[in-house]
Each structure stands twice: as C-alpha cells, then as structure tokens.
Design a protein around this ligand. Sequence first.
Ligand code: BES
Ligand code: MN
Ligand code: ZN
Length: 496
Amino acid sequence: MSQRPSIAFAKFSAPKTGTVFVLSADEGGLSDAARACDPGKTLERAFPVAEFTGKFASSVEVLAPEGTSLDRLVAIGAGKVSGLDEYAWLKLGGTIAASLRKATDVAVVLEMVGASPSGKDAASLAAGILLRSYSFDKYKTRKDKDEAEPKKPVKVTIQTAAPAAAKKAFAEVEAVIDGVLLARDLVNEPANVLGPVEFAARAKELEALGVKVEILAEREMKKLGMGSLLGVAQGSPRGARMAIMQWNGGKPKDSPVAFVGKGVTFDTGGNSMKPASGMEDMKGDMGGAAAVTGLMHALAARKAKANVVGVIGLVENAVDGHAQRPGDIVISMSGQTIEVLNTDAEGRLVLADALWYCNDRFQPKFMVNLATLTGAVMVALGQHYAGLFSNNDELAERLTAAGQATQERLWRMPLGAEYDKLIDSKNADMKNIGGRYGGAIIAAQFLQRFVKETPWAHLDIAGTAIGSPSNEINQSWGSGFGVRLLDRLVRDNYEQ
Ligand code: BES
Ligand code: MN
Ligand code: ZN
C-alpha cells in the first residue's frame, strides 16, 4: 500500500523546517500560533491577492516564505469557526493530505482566531489524512515517471492546545480507520489472490485483536444443510467458507447485535454469465463481507463495550462442469426450497443461509446484512446512497441517522406483500428472481424470507462500496463503505 503517514500530537511551537499547514476561518485571519510560524506575515499578505477568504476547504500557499527556513506555508479554509462536525474535520484532513505533494516533514497548527479545536477534532483531522492518503499500489513495481526515488514516509505533527486529549481520542479513531483501510484492501485485492479460502484466513487474523473466529468449510456447511450457499460455490474449484467472528465486549449474558456480509470473491454470473465488459468489477462482489470484517476489526481494536457477531458467506461464483444450472432447485438451511432461475442472482442465495444460520445460532437483537446485491439499486439511487430495506422502523431510523453522521448515507426503500408475491415459484417455495421491475426490492424480499421476526435491515451497497466516485476522504476504487457507518450505529446505540 501507499506509505501511511505517521501521526503525532504536540503543543504549539513554531516549526523551523518542512511544510506547515494552518487553519483560517472566514471570520478572521490567522491565530497567534499560526502567525508565529510566519514572522513576515506573508500568508496574510497573500490572502487578498489569492482572494482567499477562509472558505471551507479552500487553500492558499506560500513557497519558501521570507524570513523562515520553511519549504511551504499553507493556509486551509475551515469555513465557520464553530459548528464543524466530525465529517467536516475528516474532510479538512483529506484536504491537507491532498496538498502534501512531496513533503515528508509536516506540521498542522490547529488553532483559529476565536476557536480552539478539541482533542476529538484533532483526532478526526488526523483520520481524514489517513483515509485520503490510502492508495492500492502494492502491485505497481514501476514508480511514476516523475518519482526519482521511492516515496519517503510522511511524518505529520498536529499542534494543538490539547495534545493529550487528542492522542487519547486518536487511539479510538485510528481503530475505526484501520477497519476502513482493511475493508478497502480486501475489496481492491484481485480475485486470483483473494478467494474464499484466503479471505477466511484474513478474517482469522482478527484473533490477534481478541475476536473469536470460527471458519466453516464445505463439509460443515453441508452438514448444516446450507444447500443454497453451496449451490453457488459448486462451479468453482476454490471452495466455500463461512467465517463467524465474535467480539464480546459487552455484558456476558447480553444478546449480541449481528452483521452479515455477502462475500462473493468473484461473480462471473455462473451459467447465466455476465457480459465481458466490466466483469472485472466483480472482484469487489465481497464488499459486504469486507465491511463486516473491517467493522469487527474496528470494534475489537477500540474495545467496544458491546457483544457483536459478524457472519460472512465466502464463495466464488464461477463456471465449470459442476456449476449449477438455471432451473436447479436447492434446499436452503431453513428447509425452504429455491428454484434458481438465474445463477447470477447468487448473492441472495449466499445470504439466505448466512442469515438463517446467524439468526438460528445467536438469536441476535437485530441483524444488518450488507451486500453488493443488485445493479438495480444503482439505477434507483446512483452511487451516493446505499439502499436500505428493513422490517423495523427503529433500526431503520438509527441506521439512517448513523448514515447522516458519517456521510455513508442510506435511503430507505419499500418492502411489501405485492413484491414478495413476485418470487413465488411454481416448482419450489420460491424462485431467485422476479419480473422486470424493482430488482433491488425483489432481492430484499427474497432475503426477508430468511429472517423471521428478528429486527433486520439489508443494505444494498452495490453502488457505494465499489467504483465509488473519489471524494475528499477516499481516492480508492474500494471505498470501505459501511465500516464507519456501522461503527457509529453501535457506538451511538448499543454500547454500555
Ligand atoms: N453482484 C451482482 C450485482 C452488482 C452489479 C454489484 C454491479 C455491483 C455492480 C449480483 O450478483 C447480480 O449479478 N445481480 C443481478 C441480479 C439479476 C440477475 C436478478 C443484477 O443486478 O443484474
Ligand atoms: Mn451475480
Ligand atoms: Zn454478485
């Protein structure tokens, strides 16, 4: 991966070398701490020339400022001094990371006229720097042409009035960021490297953080009757796995909250094969499982005071002579039979058994599943909202609120008996596709047949987890969508 910046927090002291970032709100010029870095006050002279007014995420820079030995002095606009929320601080960190250029020695002076950002703000800013700095370049052996030497690691010191508080807050925040970056790594990894077996091994690594991890192989799943999941896997030589991750940070007898992920490490479509164009994106068809794994990492690393279960179904949807055929009928773990009319509607077949298993074994307070489930959700919502389907208003509202807070946004879509009817089959209890319309809803109805009365929500993240448009805090194809969202859901509602 790209070199990760190292982050430190310190009290104010005017840096002598390197690159310095200072903040300026639209209500004032530079704080005393910022002015101390710029004895000639060149930055403030530059403000009117650059028409810099402190507007959020705008910037102005002075190279080799007179009277100092600094390389660069950069002012970043913070907009209004007060009322910057967590996401605004992430974005400011992202803006700084975007203008690092070749700097290796960086100070960020976190003080504005009229405002002293808190330790938590400083930690969020640091998180934004880490999120934006991520890139998946482990397979690039040749350097970019303009890069004479390998990139040196960047050292960022955030100067703040509250370095101790910032350090403490950052330890928690960093746990979540590591979870996001883990999810991004998993999604970006090509399918020749990361198949079901290799993904399961990555999940197993969470044991180092105190997560209990069990891996089920085909034999055990067969015994449990997971015919729906195994039917998808049977056309691939790479096997199937289910990883069950448990973090028990809450009260011993408290029933857990559960997260379930679709982990199709590659989706060819099977015998109902996908067209060639764009099929490479289906290496990311395990984005739901990646989010669940990243979330478990985050919760364990920050020692969340909650009991949490993560279940991921890992298969490759490939084609050989053993692959399932359209028209095949499989028996799911629930006992319900499914007529597979399209082998490319495989995610729901994997989740059917994963959801049933999770519910049956853990009787969780609720289940939230994440899946890159349908192209149809992208037709409906584009790439900026994930589809939310739920049988429980309270859970849906909590998820929506967490989505607003983290800007991993959700839009609720309907469920209902009229849609459910569309998957009744004449040959089995149900079929795995419906008619021409409402494809994202039909997929959700299918899942609902495997959750009984347990409060449940399905997040269709096909548009948000992969191929996401880059933004202030993400430049990577795999966005890690869902980790910050669900960490927030747990933190705000389910921790003691
Ligand atoms: N993994 C795909 C959905 C997908 C498509 C995710 C594009 C991300 C980007 C899923 O398994 C699938 O193939 N769904 C079909 C369902 C159809 C056959 C009913 C789809 O959306 O076309
Ligand atoms: Mn498919
Ligand atoms: Zn798929």
